[in-house]
Write a protein that binds this ligand. Structure first.
Ligand SMILES: Nc1ncnc2c1ncn2[C@@H]1O[C@H](COP(=O)(O)OP(=O)(O)OP(=O)(O)O)[C@@H](O)[C@H]1O
Length: 243
């Protein structure tokens, strides 16, 4: 894994490994929303760490704050309190350009709603995620094809999202996040639209990437199969971690 991060101007800045060896450390993270004049703590002083190459299942009832936490870690939202440290540096206060840089190169995000580009084919939706990593067009294409084959969509490369089932779109989203071989994958219910066989194949792929690349997975899920297979579980209740 790279021990360097680049700032948004492309300048190399060395990364200090944390004393604990953690890939990601979250300290007292809180997110509030206002409703009818009242402040509601959707996340309440959440602290956690993730180690390289581990798969962690994040579970808890609907509304407990799982998506909110993933959005904060993906730098798509800002905390009201607390800090996030990733690969040895603080990122919760990253500028939009720095956040974009980190998401493009070091993070893979799998959304509940797929977020595919409707006018692009499955192959193009995956290829586009590789643009920030450089390399030739031929290299990008062959990596995108290989990852789509690994998620069982080798015969759907030219199909647009509207021509794919929900489960197939989900798998394109998975391929798009994993083809970058990121340090950390944040996944929101990645098996929600998958049949049993596809879900099992996804868990196998996660294990392979953890051992091949050292990728860490934090997966919000209601799926007991994934909770059972994870290295570790974290439980959220009413915005607080209880395990
Ligand atoms: N913009 C917002 N304004 C007010 N409340 C919000 C906002 N966004 C989220 N919430 C509330 O925050 C709480 C946590 O929502 P979140 O989507 O993080 O839960 P979740 O655990 O991911 O649920 P699910 O399992 O159903 O996806 C919910 O009560 C939700 O209503």
């Amino acid at each position: 894994m790279s021990t360097e991060l680049l700032d948004h101007q492309g300048k190399a800045t060395p990364c200090q490994p944390t004393a604990t060896g953690a890939l990601l450390t979250v300290q007292h993270l809180s997110r509030w929303h206002r409703s009818e004049g009242q402040r509601l703590a959707v996340l309440d002083h959440v602290s956690l760490h993730l180690l390289p190459a581990e798969t962690v299942a994040l579970f808890g009832p609907s509304g407990s704050g799982k998506s909110t936490l993933l959005n904060l870690l993906a730098l798509l939202d800002r905390p009201d309190q607390g800090e996030i440290h990733f690969e040895g540096r603080r990122i919760d206060n990253a500028s939009p350009a720095e956040a974009e840089w980190i998401r493009a190169r070091r993070l893979g995000v799998i959304f509940q709603s797929f977020n595919l580009i409707p006018s692009l084919s499955a192959l193009e939706n995956v290829e586009i995620a590789l643009l920030a990593q450089g390399g030739s067009r031929i290299e990008r294409r062959s990596r995108a094809v290989a990852m789509l084959e690994r998620v069982g969509l080798g015969d759907r490369l030219g199909h647009r999202p509207s021509q794919l089932s929900g489960g197939q779109q989900q798998r394109v989203g998975v391929a798009r996040a994993l083809c970058k071989r990121p340090a950390l994958v944040l996944a929101d219910e990645p098996s929600a639209n998958l049949d049993s066989q596809s879900a099992q194949a996804l868990f196998g792929l996660m294990r392979e990437l953890a051992s091949e690349v050292g990728t860490t997975f934090l997966v919000a899920t209601h799926d007991p199969r994934l909770v059972q297979q994870a290295d570790r579980t974290l439980e959220l209740r009413d915005g607080r971690l209880v395990t």
